[in-house]
Design a protein around this ligand. Structure first.
Ligand code: ADP
Ligand code: MG
Length: 651
């Protein structure tokens, strides 16, 4: 009766051992099983619990490899197939029906049925149509969108039969398919298997129940890992053609675009179903990204303010005045001649003498004590402060002791309210008449020098002669270095020059520029520190993603097994979990950028100087995405490397 034609499935001396390697006792579960099954046969493998039936089925279905022996499928030795080719074979040739149904709990009945076709690369439209048609044929047309936990056991088993048929199901491998069902549902499932056998499907039914086995057309009995009886093979009336094994190497599987859509869809669903946990993980990333953006913006803003103040006060300015020398004795005097010598140094652009003191200023019946600033014509240039109306006095006017005055912005308002043009009017300073020739522009409250707006400015020599008669030398002098990089060199040169001229160190130099530069540098290191703190919080966020991904992989090991049994390649599993990690971090990163901008705008509204930097946002976002990828990739790789049998047996 045994057919001479090559069988679809040929097992020769198949052995399967467990344990041994890691010190656990070695058990041989299959002890030399030889079998030939023709295409189109309906075979029952029967045996007591623990006799090795499931182990045999896992080997038949290419979920597991034998320890020894030969498995030829359509005359090809399966031992030569790599993991991806085995995935192809499972997808094209086999359909599994398990005692515990093995449906993915988070997907609907229709989506569960679609999975094998998804990995075969069938377009979404046709996948859907076929899944619906199969479910309707199995009497579940009304239950398409139900989740497994909303279905009875019998209904779940019919969903899993529909899934087994999705890619054709040429060989149906059913492991105790009725084991968990009531007798009525069990009968229905057996009737279905009979129908499929009649339609030409090869059906291999595994059961411990002799009555169930008796419904098959051939019964093989297995005991302690050995075949003890076989009712014999018959040539079936009809059989579906077996898959073309030459295709295995040319498997394209899922097309990249439909895969991307599918990965995004299922990643979104998983994220949504675990939204509380995901939200907490996201929070880490969101805070990390937002703090990187805000901290850097605060740092840059503060630095900008220091730089602005430097520009307004002059980054090149030093103050020079007479002082008691350290060894004692009278305080020194810096004379106009000293200043001429200082101005002659190559590192110095200008040296400006200053006498400044309050003096009584009068116009009409307005009289008040005003700080009167007498200096050279260099004042506007040294303080980077332009004249708004009229002009400043000249060097010639200073030499000639000309009685002219330039008003600060506020001084003009105080003495000439309602007068459109004060130029040419006479102001009395300590009873001497001075002609108004200009008004300075407004310094304003932001400059740190708003006091200047209340002053009046007169030539140094006119001040000395007409206002401050008692004072014959400058109160102090302002030195303007040739450039900001020459400030320190200028200070050293001035010290040397004056020490030679005076014979002792009876003067002091206040270097405001150097102080400002130091302040700007402190600000730089502050920004760096804030940035580091923010980067650490981003890293903590990344570790959160890794933690969640590890948990997800552990929780969903069985799902991974189901996907592999229905034909997913390792790469498909890797992409799925990587997609989930990426979705979490990209969502978190975007939310972080938004939060950073909103928090920044709030700070700006409350007066904190901020400078947003696009590169900081890009860096924060990409590092979030990169940490997500890295920390998602490790667990995803672990998931993809799982053995299908191991993953399936996980609780
Ligand atoms: P059946 O399906 O016939 O009840 P199984 O094939 O599931 O039997 O198991 C057969 C024997 O192999 C059992 O004794 C079981 O304990 C052992 N076994 C199955 N899987 C493993 C494994 N992964 N590691 C060690 N022993 C195993
Ligand atoms: Mg079993």
């Amino acid at each position: 009766m045994v057919s001479e034609s090559p069988a679809l499935i040929e097992l020769e001396g198949i052995r399967r051992r467990y344990g041994g390697e890691d010190g656990s006792p070695e058990v041989e579960v299959l002890r030399g099983v030889s079998l030939r099954i023709q295409a189109g046969e309906f075979v029952a493998i029967v045996g007591a619990s623990g006799s090795g039936k499931s182990t045999l089925m896992n080997i038949l279905g290419c979920l597991d490899r034998p320890s020894a022996g030969r498995y030829r499928f359509a005359s090809r030795d399966v031992a030569g197939f790599d993991a991806d080719q085995l995935a192809w074979l499972r997808r094209e040739a086999f359909g599994f029906v398990f005692q515990g149904y093995h449906l993915i709990a988070t997907e609907s009945a229709r989506e569960n049925v679609e999975i094998p076709a998804l990995y075969a690369g069938l377009p979404a439209e046709r996948r859907r149509e076929r899944a619906v048609a199969l479910l309707q044929r199995l009497g579940l047309g009304e239950r398409l969108d139900h989740r497994p936990n909303q279905l009875s056991g019998g209904q779940q088993q019919r969903v899993s039969i529909a899934r087994a048929l999705m890619n054709g199901g040429r060989i149906i491998l059913a492991d105790e398919p009725t084991g968990a069902l009531d007798s009525h549902s069990g009968k229905e499932v057996m009737a279905l298997l009979n129908e499929l056998a009649d339609a030409g499907h090869t059906v291999i039914l595994i059961t411990h129940d002799r009555d169930v086995a008796a419904q098959a057309r051939r019964v093989i009995e297995i005991r302690d890992g050995e075949v003890v009886s076989d009712s014999g093979s018959q040539v079936p009336a009809r059989a579906l053609p077996s898959p073309d094994l030459a295709e295995a190497g040319r498997d394209h599987g899922v097309s990249p675009w439909s895969e991307l859509g599918e990965v995004a869809r299922s990643a979104w669903r998983v994220m949504w179903q675990n939204r509380f946990r995901t939200a907490l993980t996201l929070l880490g990333i969101v805070i990390g990204v937002a703090s990187v953006i805000v901290m850097l913006a605060v740092g840059l803003g503060t630095k900008d303010r220091v730089v602005a103040r430097m520009a307004s006060m002059g980054a090149t300015i030093m103050y020079l005045s007479g002082r008691q020398p350290p060894e004692g004795g009278p305080a020194g005097v810096v004379t106009l001649e000293d200043l001429d010598a200082v101005a002659g140094l190559p590192e110095v652009r200008a040296a400006m003498p200053v006498i400044g003191d309050p003096a009584m200023v009068r116009y009409g019946n307005v009289a008040r004590s005003v700080y009167t600033f007498s200096s050279s014509e260099e004042m506007p240039r040294i303080h980077h402060w332009p004249v708004a109306v009229g002009r400043f006095f000249s060097a010639a006017e200073d030499k000639a002791m000309a009685p002219v005055v330039v008003l600060g912005h506020k001084a003009r308002e105080q003495f000439f309210p309602g007068i459109a043009n004060p130029l040419g009017l006479q102001l009395l300073i300590k009873d001497s008449p001075f002609e108004v020739i200009g008004v300075m522009s407004e310094k304003g409250a932001d400059s740190g020098a708003e006091d200047y707006d209340e002053m009046v400015f007169i030539p140094y020599r006119a001040g000395r002669v007409r206002v401050f008669q008692a004072l014959t030398h400058p109160d102090y002098s302002v030195i303007d270095a040739a450039s900001s990089s020459q400030v320190l060199a200028a200070e050293a040169a001035i010290r040397e020059l004056l020490e030679t001229r005076h014979g002792r160190q009876d003067f002091g130099i206040g270097n405001a520029a150097a102080k400002l530069l130091a302040e700007a540098e402190t600000q730089d290191s502050m920004t760096l520190m804030l940035g580091l703190i923010a980067a650490v919080s981003l890293l903590v966020g990344g570790i959160g993603v890794m933690n969640v991904m590890l948990m997800t992989v552990r929780e969903r090991t069985r799902e991974i097994g189901i996907r592999m049994a229905t034909g997913a390649r390792r790469r498909d599993i890797l992409h799925q979990f990587l997609g989930e990690a990426l979705l979490v971090t990209v969502t978190g990163g975007s939310a972080g950028v938004l939060l950073g901008i909103v928090a920044g705008l709030l700070l700006v509204a409350s007066g904190v100087p901020l400078v947003f930097s696009l590169s900081a946002m890009l860096i924060a976002f990409t590092s979030a995405a990169a940490t997500g990828l890295l920390f998602g990739w490790l667990p995803a790789r672990t998931a993809a490397a799982l053995d299908p049998v191991v993953a399936l047996s996980m609780e």
